[in-house]
Design a protein around this ligand. Structure first.
Ligand SMILES: [Ca+2]
Length: 524
């Protein structure tokens, strides 16, 4: 009997303890869910999906740290920008508005920092906000408790960075390492009682793609990379594509881009300023890798297509080196967050200011509304309270970050913000009324790389583009049958009805977003 009572008491005790534990766990979980989420927005420059192993294995590059973010969260397969160039893309992200509304249409504009921005609204809601790295909006940042930025494009070696108070040169430093160090330092000294939103904006992997002498500069040297099928594109039926100046064969330059002199001696005298920013020991490592390449090209006497392919091989190797150094640094930042118990209450977004051509159509650079540069990687590491994992197919655009971060912070989304909050998607939902098409508008012409002004619409299957200004051409692509966008169907009679429908949809988007530059509709 005694034994039995004892057993019952033990069972009861176990049951009670179980209840208590359950109740504690529930309380702990709800307390955790009530804590405001921190946000870390990591944005690289020109890092395209083709060079991220979570998206593509085409180049055999592994980006283990970016991939890990994807494994522990969501990878967006249909993420796009509103204007595929640096400053405009950054302005879209900060404001949640298309370029014609935030006023920053091309890289020669200056951002009006007095306007409403997402960081300002987060700040008013009690978030600490910091911007570290590439800013590229000309005017000084507003809406940040702390900022420490590169001037303009910045430099890979001996970078200059400036704050509200001071401009500093960092000899013997590599930009990607430095931006990561500064981000970690800011996290260390922040007010730990308040939530934060930290923007880590890398210079990498921007041209002229200088790898890190402090890691392995010989990496990727031994590999021959496959040419994209359309590397020798003849641009038939696509006038604007034929008139650009971003061809690897013609425009990827000796010295500045290729880091070696032309073997025929026609190169301009030392355009490669990045090299001069290195100290002697950095130059010694650099020379040990690039001097043999100079000897190789001097000996080879390459011409025409062979020379174009050689340039492509050099381009891909240098690009991947820069990307590898950045992936390493993203790993270092994540390790810091883990060691400091920040990972489970922080939403981490990894993206780029736009995609990039890796030899498709024979190109480097971006700007066009074609898929490689209109799209951008977007990977979100989820804090513990969000259960969704895996691939997301909904259309998202860089104007969506602002409303999303505001909703996360409990701030009412202002009516003039044009993006949509993707918070429901982060919560695993697939809203039925989610956008079915995307609007795009590029303005920088005349300008570097000579890409004509254009706007367009992308639906799930089709893309319609209008090039305007000094040209008036339309292009239609069937992305299902022609994902590389090689066949302009605008004059195909079978597409006439479809074209009318897409023009109507494009016009509706221009009206909805209140773009003052729009085409004449209805058409006769
Ligand atoms: Ca860029």
């Amino acid at each position: 009997m005694k034994k039995s009572i004892s057993k019952s008491a033990t069972l009861l005790s176990t049951f009670t303890t179980g209840l208590l534990l359950t109740s504690c766990a529930t309380q702990k979980k709800s307390a955790e869910n009530a804590k405001p989420l921190n946000i870390i927005y990591i944005m690289s420059d020109d890092h395209t999906r083709q060079a991220i192993s979570a998206y593509s294995d085409r180049y055999g590059i592994t980006t283990p740290n970016i991939d890990k973010i994807a494994e522990e969260g969501l990878i967006f397969s249909n993420s796009y920008v509103a204007n595929s160039i640096s400053g405009p893309s950054r302005a879209c992200m900060l404001t949640g508005k298309h370029s014609h509304k935030n006023g920053f249409r091309n890289n020669s504009d200056s951002f009006d920092g007095s306007q409403q921005t997402m960081p300002k609204l987060l700040q008013q809601a009690g978030y600490q906000t910091a911007m570290i790295g590439k800013w590229h909006l000309s005017s000084d940042p507003t809406g940040f408790d702390y900022w420490d930025i590169l001037p303009g494009q910045g430099d890979y070696y001996s970078p200059v960075m400036y704050t509200k108070d001071k401009r500093t040169t960092y000899p013997g430093e590599y930009a990607t390492d430095l931006i990561t160090n500064k981000s970690i330092n800011w996290l260390e000294q922040r007010d730990k009682s308040r939530p934060f939103c930290l923007f880590v904006h890398h210079k990498a992997v921007h041209r002229n793609f200088m790898g890190n002498v402090y890691s392995d500069l010989t990496e990727f040297e031994g590999t021959d990379y496959p040419l994209p099928d359309n590397f020798f594109d003849n641009y038939e039926g696509r006038q604007a594509a034929g008139e650009q100046e971003m061809s690897i064969a013609k425009d990827y330059s000796w010295e500045y881009d290729l880091k070696v002199k032309s073997p025929d001696g026609t190169a301009a005298i030392h355009k490669f300023g990045g090299y001069d920013r290195m100290n002697e020991s950095e130059k010694a490592v650099w020379d040990s890798v690039y001097n043999p390449i100079q000897r190789e090209i001097n000996d080879k006497n390459l011409k025409g297509k062979e020379l174009a392919v050689w340039k492509y091989q050099r381009y891909i190797k240098d690009y991947l080196k820069t990307a590898k150094a950045m992936d390493d640094n993203i790993g270092r930042l994540i390790e810091y967050l883990k060691a400091n118990n920040l990972l489970e209450n922080t939403l981490i977004v990894y993206t780029s200011d736009q995609g990039f051509y890796m030899g498709e159509h024979g190109w480097f650079d971006k700007r066009f509304m074609y898929e490689e540069s209109f799209s951008t990687p977007m990977i979100v590491r989820m804090p513990r309270r969000f259960q969704a994992r895996g691939k997301v197919d909904e259309f998202v655009q860089n104007i969506d970050h602002a409303p999303t971060f505001l909703e996360i912070a409990g701030v009412e989304i202002p009516a003039d913000i044009q993006g949509e909050s993707y918070l429901p998607i982060l919560k695993g939902k697939h809203p039925k009324n989610w956008r079915k098409s995307l609007y795009y508008h590029f303005y920088e012409f005349p300008g570097e790389h000579a890409v004509k002004r254009h706007y367009g619409i992308r639906t799930e299957r089709y893309k319609l583009i209008h090039f305007y200004n000094d040209i008036d051409t339309w292009e239609l692509y069937d992305l299902k049958n022609d994902p590389s966008e090689m066949h302009n169907l605008i004059n195909n009679p079978e597409q006439a009805k479809n074209i009318q429908l897409l023009k109507k949809q494009l016009w509706d988007l221009q009206v909805r977003y209140d773009d003052p530059i729009r085409f004449q509709y209805p058409l006769n």
